[in-house]
Design a protein around this ligand. Sequence first.
Ligand SMILES: *[C@@H]1O[C@H](CO)[C@@H](O)[C@H](O)[C@H]1NC(C)=O
Ligand SMILES: *[C@@H]1O[C@H](CO)[C@@H](O)[C@H](O)[C@H]1NC(C)=O
Length: 331
Amino acid sequence: MLQVGDEALDFSVLFLLVFGLSRSAAGSSLLTASLYVFVVMFRFPPVPADRAGRVLRPRSLSGGVPVVAHRGGGHDAPENTVAAIREASRNGATGVELDLSFSSDGVPVLMHDETVDRTTNGSGPVSKLQFVQLRRLDASARHRLKDRFSGEKVPTLQEAVQECIKHQMVIFFDVKGQPDKAASVLHEVYKKFPVLYNSSIVSSLEPKVIYKMRQTDPSVVTALTHRPWRLSRFGDGTPRTLSTWGQLWTGLLDILLDWAHHHILWKLCGISAILVQKDFISHDYVQYWAERGVEVVGWTVNTAVEKDYYQNVLKISYITDSLLEDCDPHL
Ligand SMILES: *[C@@H]1O[C@H](CO)[C@@H](O)[C@H](O)[C@H]1NC(C)=O
Ligand SMILES: *[C@@H]1O[C@H](CO)[C@@H](O)[C@H](O)[C@H]1NC(C)=O
């Protein structure tokens, strides 16, 4: 839902900001107007609300809010594996979040990190290993339940998709980079399994990934992932850089990025949802996005108290590492 008043306010704020910095009325007008024209000309309309709703509010078994297993539910089973998808389904998740990566010979597989070291018995970057080499690894090797899941393989994207379809699980495809390759591979998968248009969403921290995805296939439901202070701070809150200037500069960039996400990028990409770090979500925040036709999904919600809050107070879906018990976030 596009609100004219909202848009006028955004661009007025931008104008005043640029004017305040540059003291040039002509320059600020030109910049604001160009940005406005750019957004209007190049934005993708969001997919119809009923289809986005099928993905974001699927039937849920318990009648509760949708619950998505982070990396397939990395606490309950080895992350990003077929076994994890099966476990998540068995434990009542409505969907799984999965990470797309590529072997050195271009095979799309599931892997969160850039290297295989943390999760498998191998070592080195995924992008330097051929698919046959990846396939020989034990994807459960470093998991706390490795005995139960021993011999689990790194799955191909297609194997994971087929397992999800079999269990009627919604898929959140998380894409870290390589916009062109990811968009074309996912487009092929959607063509091969059209049910995905009704049962999956592509998300990324990188707006260019989402923009490219919608350019390649405007029918795909998409989401931006947002973590405030991402450029200046790590996931656990510690500063990325120790120098004062570095912190100031990355902090400023964070403010700009935050503004851009909330006022420009969401519209440009035509997203249906925004996946936000749980500590920044309030009732008002959910309302802000609801007025714009965008659903908020919280991550990573790992304790019973928090889950209760999402279920009964915020009444929005969330992403969790475990369907079964409280656990620390898997960063
Ligand atoms: C990893 O474990 C698998 C399965 O046990 C084994 O076949 C493979 O040789 C191991 N790879 C390495 C690099 O240790
Ligand atoms: C998506 O669901 C709608 C409503 O159930 C249905 O009409 C449509 O054919 C489905 N599309 C695909 C690609 O499965």
